[in-house]
Design a protein around this ligand. Structure first.
Ligand code: PMP
Length: 303
């Protein structure tokens, strides 16, 4: 990947000079929290999708771990915009990371400094253009999401992504494009980096926060779009076989956007492509982020 300038604690530095100490706490113990945000091309301008919601989640993720971010929400938003401008990006994936730096390596992290870095680069569709149109293949992972009261799922913490990597690697090695993990008591949780929606008999289902999921911003966007259309929408604990019998399934996330699942564990879902309701909601989502429809929810920050 090609990265230009990176914002590090207030300074824009060249990518190959953006370095931290190897004894930084984050490297050894995963003590960092981060965000993934997208910048979309909206005709003559570019717009960041739900900037303040992402920044708020970043600060919330940090606060669970008693990390006091040394910048306000407004300052972080401004730093993100500064980074995008410095790199003259038209579309981008934006990665802010708050991390515990170098001071001590004891498990008490509280003496380490809290640092912030922001990088941005061009990144196309995460699960492929074809995936967006035709759907992907997924499997139920043999790895579970972290159980309640172990690693907090509501924090987008670096350490949580060791679990995501196991889910992703296993899926790829088995020949699937994505893995969907269960909770430790066997209910559907989410994909390695996506929340999940399931459609059955015209009702739209998604998993509750209590089932070890990240409170996704794309998930929230889809819920609001579905409600606007008047769909019946339920948060429900789901068994895996409920998915095998679904009419449609799709995964949502900043990277994956809105990606249909055509096959799950070799079961064909619905007609095995992008279903009718998925097509509608995916279309609405892309129309808003690409400026083809009005931004009724005030989701876009133009830069
Ligand atoms: N779950 C996990 C584990 C994720 O990493 C992500 C991506 N941030 C999501 C869900 C989707 O969240 P969002 O829509 O806010 O990107």
């Amino acid at each position: 990947m090609k990265v230009g300038k990176i914002w590090m604690d207030g300074e824009l530095v060249a990518s190959n000079e953006a370095k931290i100490h190897v004894l930084s706490h984050v490297i050894h113990y995963g003590s960092g929290v981060f965000e993934g945000i997208r910048l979309y091309d909206v005709g003559s301008k570019s717009a960041i999708f739900r900037l303040s919601d992402h920044t708020k989640r970043l600060i919330d993720s940090a606060s669970i771990y008693k990390m006091k971010v040394p910048y306000s929400l407004k300052e972080i938003n401004e730093a993100i915009i500064e980074t995008l401008r410095a790199n003259q990006l038209k579309t981008a994936y934006i990665r802010p990371l708050v991390y515990r730096g170098f001071k001590d390596l004891g498990l008490n992290p509280l003496s380490c400094p809290i640092n912030l870095m922001i990088a941005a680069w061009e990144w196309g569709s995460y699960l492929g253009e074809e995936g967006l149109e035709k759907g992907i293949s997924a499997c139920i992972s043999s790895w579970s999401r972290p159980a309640a009261n172990t690693l907090p799922a509501l924090s987008k913490a670096c350490g949580n992504y060791l679990n995501s990597q196991l889910i992703k690697i296993e899926a790829l090695e088995k020949g699937f494009q994505e893995g969907i993990a269960l909770t430790t008591d066997g209910f559907i949780a989410e994909g390695s980096g996506e929340n999940i929606f399931v459609i059955k008999d015209e009702v739209i289902y998604t998993t509750p926060y209590s089932d070890s999921i990240l409170p996704g911003i794309t998930r929230n966007s889809i819920v609001r779009l579905a409600k606007k259309h008047g769909f019946e929408l339920k948060e429900m604990k789901m068994h895996r076989e409920f998915l095998y019998l679904a009419d449609e399934i799709f995964l949502v996330g900043t990277a994956a956007e809105v990606t249909p699942v055509a096959k799950l564990d070799h079961y064909v879902i619905g007609r095995g492509g992008r279903g009718r309701i998925t097509t509608l909601l995916q279309g609405n989502f892309f129309d808003i982020v690409k400026g083809r429809a009005s931004d009724d929810f005030n989701w876009l920050t133009f830069i």
